[in-house]
Design a protein around this ligand. Structure first.
Ligand code: AMP
Length: 659
């Protein structure tokens, strides 16, 4: 354990006071019976039937868990359609309830009742069917936060097609790689969207991707987001989304029944190799797990106005921005401009009477930075539950969130999960489990977690190790693939990486370092591998560093995050640490183009060398300590110990330089 980890743990240990759920919340919570944990343990895996019971099935599953470990199959003989579960069944009971309230970057508003959503989804499904989309085909969606994105996802689901959403901020190269890897049939994109006030041409980026991609698309569908603000012309194999849907207005498309184990979507995420990995999620297991956790952890109910601040381009937006809340049948607020002004949360809560709000610590930190006074003119009293996800939250930030966005007693759920896990696995149940700020909580009922050392042996409470899961869960991905290298969970490659067999059975390796306390609460310490998380976006350190090194005049780069999650890049330039005047901008531009805007370093420190071991390995841990202003310990084993002092003073100087 390094110094940084130790001081973090000590700080946590001092604040381990558990906070009980408030009584008024407990009384109306979706789960308020503390025996739920034992009941899951006693009847596992059957206990997971209650998640399946959140859905409407075409054929009820008789078997809960099948498959050959670790290629587990959840509810394998069940059949269902995801769009029926997220739309049709609510239309039957509450057609006029608001399903999606959308606010555009220019303040435009569009509202969809469940009946409106059904009409939009059916028309889009009919349009896609006309273009030849069939069950099992992959449709790639490269769209910003506009209603057409969830509508297209649900249209795919209605047809039994698999959607592959690519975050709209990703580059043409990234889109091309994902079009190819997923073997896409159709691409849906848009003319453009507003980005920091300007009309950004998304279509030209999609055009570049199509030239680079090797797949033979049946069609490209283009949503007209910007109207007159951006003129784009459509080629012969390009179709206007509005016209396509209008030609099928009023059509009803019969939902295609799917096996529970059939793919609902694929989502690409960064792995350690830098190559995007396609994570495949199932129709039955995934949807059951997200519906159940939306109800029990986020406590969302149909009468809520629920706001998940994550972009739908990432897994949080899929699970808790679209599928979970719509499966529960609530009203979802969708805000296109959120990423430009995350510090204006209170305005949104006030204006839309948001009752449940789910966001990342990055957003909360931007609020903290703006100060409590900026929230005062807004009324956030509608809030009844707050959630956080994506990175560790410090106890200070947790309390700030609860005190200033909540009323000081609002339940706050810190939820841990991953793209691969599909849905929340570690969190408190807000009506049952006491909260410990800074710890994500114990595993949910039905989930078994174990922190182990490098040999796979369990560590004692209080000792850090690697977080593993010792039992499968319904939302688990059914397979992963990188390019043509397609594997199911349980195939050799996935076995080597995600699941390992031990004398005590199969274990899923999360890739996170964690520590568990005497009460079973887990505190996440960060990633084991070279993966960085910033602004809720995961990318590999290698990809980020490669983008920086690709800038003319840069010879070496190493990236780390500081204690607030900000990215610090240490960069060696050819002119011996003396950067060119435009180097900072060039690096930012390269990262934005090659990786993603969220990966642009918050701080760039130019140096003459990087600290290296005698075998030439860059000591990123040490660089992280410098960024975090931590004690550095013994550096004598380095090949170039003198560089550490130089870097530390460069960081201090840089921090004191006014912008
Ligand atoms: P992604 O799959 O991109 O959503 O990233 C998953 C990773 O985010 C996890 O492996 C953790 O490293 C981190 N993470 C997610 N939720 C939390 C949380 N509540 N606390 C700390 N880290 C988290």
């Amino acid at each position: 354990m390094d110094e940084g980890e130790r001081s973090y743990l000590d700080a946590g240990a001092q604040r381990d006071d558990a906070i009980d759920p408030r009584t008024s919340f407990r009384e109306s919570a979706a789960v308020s019976d503390p025996t739920v944990y034992e009941r899951f343990t006693e009847t596992w895996p059957d206990a997971w039937r209650r998640a399946a019971a959140c859905l409407e099935w075409d054929r009820d599953p008789q078997t809960v868990l099948g498959g050959e470990p670790p290629a587990y199959e959840w509810f394998p003989d069940g059949r269902l359609n995801a769009a029926v579960n997220c739309v049709d069944r609510h239309v039957e009971t509450r057609p006029n309830q608001l399903a999606v309230r959308w606010v555009g970057r220019r303040g435009e508003q569009r509202s969809y009742t469940y009946a409106d959503l059904s009409r939009a989804v059916n028309a889009a499904a009919a349009g896609l069917r006309e273009l030849g989309v069939d069950a099992g085909d992959v449709v790639t969606l490269y769209l910003p936060m506009i209603p057409e994105l969830p509508v297209a996802m649900l249209a795919c689901a209605r047809l039994g097609a698999v959607h592959n959403v690519v975050f709209a901020g990703l580059s043409a190269e990234a889109l091309a790689a994902r079009l190819d890897a997923a073997d896409s049939t159709v691409l849906i994109t848009c003319d453009g969207y507003y980005r920091r006030g300007d009309a950004f041409n998304q279509k030209s980026r999609a055009d570049t991707a199509r030239v680079r991609s090797e797949v033979d698309l049946a069609a490209t569908v283009v949503v007209d987001r910007l109207g007159d603000a951006l003129e784009v012309s459509l080629g012969p194999d390009e179709v206007d989304y509005g016209a396509l849907c209008a030609s099928h207005e009023g059509t009803t498309v019969d939902p295609v029944t799917r096996r529970a184990t059939d793919r609902l979507f694929v989502m690409y995420t960064s792995g350690t190799t830098g190559q995007p990995t396609g994570v495949e999620h199932t129709t039955g297991g995934y949807l059951s797990h997200v519906a159940w956790t939306t109800r029990t952890v986020l406590d969302v109910r149909p009468t809520d106005t629920y706001f998940c601040a994550a972009d739908i381009g990432w897994v949080t937006g899929h699970s808790y921005g679209v599928y979970g809340p719509l499966a529960v049948g609530t009203t979802v607020l969708m805000d296109e401009g959120f990423s430009d002004t995350p510090d204006r949360i209170a305005e949104r809560i006030d204006r839309h009477d948001v009752t449940v709000f789910y966001t990342s610590p990055t957003t909360i930190r931007s609020l903290v930075k703006r100060g409590a006074a900026a929230l005062e003119e807004y009324d956030c009293s509608s809030i009844r539950l707050l959630g956080t996800v994506g990175e560790s939250i410090t106890p200070e930030t947790w309390h700030w969130y609860r005190d200033h966005v909540g009323d000081g007693e609002t339940p706050v759920v810190d939820t841990w999960w991953q793209t691969e896990t599909g849905a929340i696995l570690l969190a408190t149940l807000p009506g049952v489990t006491p909260m410990k700020p800074g710890a994500v909580g114990p595993p949910l009922p039905g989930i078994d977690a174990l922190v182990v050392d490098e040999d796979g042996d369990p560590v004692d409470p209080g000792e850090p190790g690697v977080l593993t899961l010792t039992a499968p869960w319904p939302g688990m991905c059914r397979g992963r693939h990188a390019g043509d290298d397609r594997t199911r969970t349980g195939d050799d490659r996935t076995r080597e990486t995600d699941w390992v067999e031990t004398d005590d059975g199969w274990r899923y390796r999360t890739g996170d370092r964690a520590v568990v306390d005497e009460d079973g609460y887990v505190r996440i310490l960060g990633r084991v591998d070279d993966v960085l998380k910033a602004s809720g976006t995961r990318f590999s350190v290698g990809t980020l560093e490669a983008a920086i090194v690709g800038v003319d005049g840069v010879v070496e780069a190493a990236a780390v995050t500081d204690d607030r999650g900000a990215i610090v890049a240490y960069v060696v330039t050819r002119s011996d640490g003396r950067p060119r005047a435009d180097h900072r901008e060039a690096i930012a531009a390269a990262v934005e183009t090659d990786v993603v805007a969220a990966a642009v370093p918050d701080q760039i420190v130019f140096t003459t060398d990087l600290p290296k071991t005698r075998s030439g390995k860059v000591m990123r841990r040490l660089l992280a300590d410098v960024a975090r202003d931590e004690a550095l310990g013994d550096v004598s084993a380095l090949r170039n110990p003198e560089i550490v002092g130089e870097i530390a003073s460069a960081v201090r100087e840089d921090a004191s330089t006014p912008e």
